[in-house]
Ligand binder design. Sequence first.
Ligand code: PEP
Ligand code: MN
Length: 362
Amino acid sequence: MFVVMRQGATEAEVLGVKSRILAEGLTPYEHAGANGTVLAVVGELAKRREALIAQFGVLPGVERVTPIQRPFKLTSREFHPEDTVIRVLDAVIGDGGLAVMAGPCSVESREQLMVTADAVAAAGATILRGGAFKPRTSPYAFQGLGIEALRYLSEARDRTGLPTITEVMEPNQVDIVAEYADILQIGTRNMQNYSLLNAVGRVARPVMLKRGFGATVEEFLMAAEYIVAAGNPNVILCERGIRTFETYTRNTMDLAAVPVLHMLTHLPVVVDPSHATGKRWLVRPLALGGVAVGADGVMVEVHPDPDSALSDSEQQLDLAAFAALMRDLLPVHEHVRHLHDDIAAGASGVAAPGNGDGLSRH
Ligand code: PEP
Ligand code: MN
């Protein structure tokens, strides 16, 4: 449930409500937004819900208590109506601009990364990607250069000014990856690795959470909820394709998830057409499609010589193809950026749903 404080409620009144919540064995999370303060009450409410609503509703400074029954709370629009905007060095994600994360699937050598970093920076990318610890389907496939790759990534950041993003696969890698990289990535295979989600929830680095390839939107948001509840509010969601019966593409890019997520959550949403399609020629149309449906950014794999890549060679763009994509992407973004402003408000002419939206109630 959310306790909505009156506009102008005093700090003492907010504190009073928080201590009542704590006294009930529940945890209050505060969001001081443009329209006043909201406290999310999380914990096991069970059969006490009605009694607690009545109890909190009469406390000084409280305007109303809303029994939101969606399982995700801190990541929801109801709790935090304004978009979350994440700033890392000069890159901004979620402010209406377009974040472009580009770079190789795997960092393979210093030379390969520097050449790619220079080219994607020149083409207008805003964030440099590169895998250091690689989650490979086969234990015999290239597993990444590990810490050596992290050092190259930070050298490339110093050289181009682009913040870096790289995957962290285990809780015990979080500190070292956070030392070298600017944004931590949780891969699709780890979306529900709760000890990893808790670990990245405790570091002062933004986290990009990739959607599990078998995860519903609700499960995706519950995974993000772990990170936010653990103390890290800077979470970026990434739609990277889900597994369906279709096999022509590597995955099926769920474009509808972008506006759905924008309606349900304040967190920024990025699309990854490279892993979604697995095919080089499909990256461009799906990147354009992702931007057209309102994504806050795209992640694209780029390699100086894709055919020789040690991982995902089928889907990486070469440097020229990436530059060409950027030239097409930016005008599409410019055209659509204001068309999506009203989704969150449910004022797009087709009202955003209330009940009957396919989400569970707990
Ligand atoms: C990646 O981005 O390097 C990656 C492995 O992606 P995913 O987790 O979406 O498969
Ligand atoms: Mn890859």
